[in-house]
Design a protein around this ligand. Sequence first.
Ligand code: TXA
Ligand code: MG
Length: 318
Amino acid sequence: MKDAEAIRQAAEIIRQGGIVAFPTETVYGLGADAYNPLAVARIFEVKRRPYFDPLIVHIADPGHLRKLVKEIPSGAKRLTEKLWPGPLTVVLLKEENIPDIVTAGLPTVAVRMPDHPMALSLIKVSECPIAAPSANLFGYLSPTTAEHVQEQLDDQVDLILNGGPCSVGVESTIVSFLKNRPRLLRPGGVTLEEIESIVGKIEINLIKDNPSAPGMFPRHYAPRTPIVLDWDETRLDSYKDKRIGFLAFQEPAHFLGFEHIEVLSKKGDFREAAANLFSAIRRLDVLDLDLILAEAVPEAGLGRAIMDRLRRATSKGE
Ligand code: TXA
Ligand code: MG
């Protein structure tokens, strides 16, 4: 099927109240007409996502933001002007007509304009904003290929648009503008440095410490195999009878008897590492290993988003 025909079909499904998985530059989303509460409810059902975890609304034209929110503070205006389309989500006071199921009853709505031609045409042809979480079962890693979506949700979604692997590979950066103060709620595909170069220093208030956005559980990007991030070579002895996979940022200096090694970026490039992150963890996760040891990456630029996802993949409590 040609892309244009697939998009036409997908848009028809969205208009009829169905749900469609589609590519964005960050991860694949599972979308429905944001103004159709029944269609949105099906997303929660299929993902087994708790209803108190709000969704991001996707638009294809920056001008549509005005229709979704009460006001656009100057910081949000500047950020969206510079960074849309792109991996930036802004949280603003919502307009009344957005169904509560989308925002989990919060007075705010999260909005983003994705930088992917298929996502943008899907939204345009559907003629409605599309509410979409990542297209994975709740609590598991986000999908970065159409095959990842197929593995978990194939028979439960009406259509999967295949746009190949996602170029960014980690979810959007979320910035809230409540009370006019920009706050970083989730590190993601746009770096904090880039955001601060546009709006100045911002507060960091990651959602895990912030009960106003209950969706961000500490353990949220978890594979089935336990991941250990906090380890050192002196402890390796205690793992000696175990089958261990290694998630390396760059090529490991020496071989330590791992069952399998995934290298995120041989040249140590954050962009490449982020784009490979979820696929690499999935490849390790199907090997039936006892344990995955992950290498920490420097916490600057995209390294922040990578470390955030790794910590959530390892954290033990909910
Ligand atoms: O890159 C992305 O953002 C991807 C693609 C598909 O756009 N989407 C994504 O959606 O990661 P999801 O549902 O997996 O994560 C959205 C996060 C959730 O943790 C949710 O709690 C938070 O956004 N969120 C949504 N609405 C919010 C709001 N009004 N206030 C605070 N946080 C909100
Ligand atoms: Mg998600």
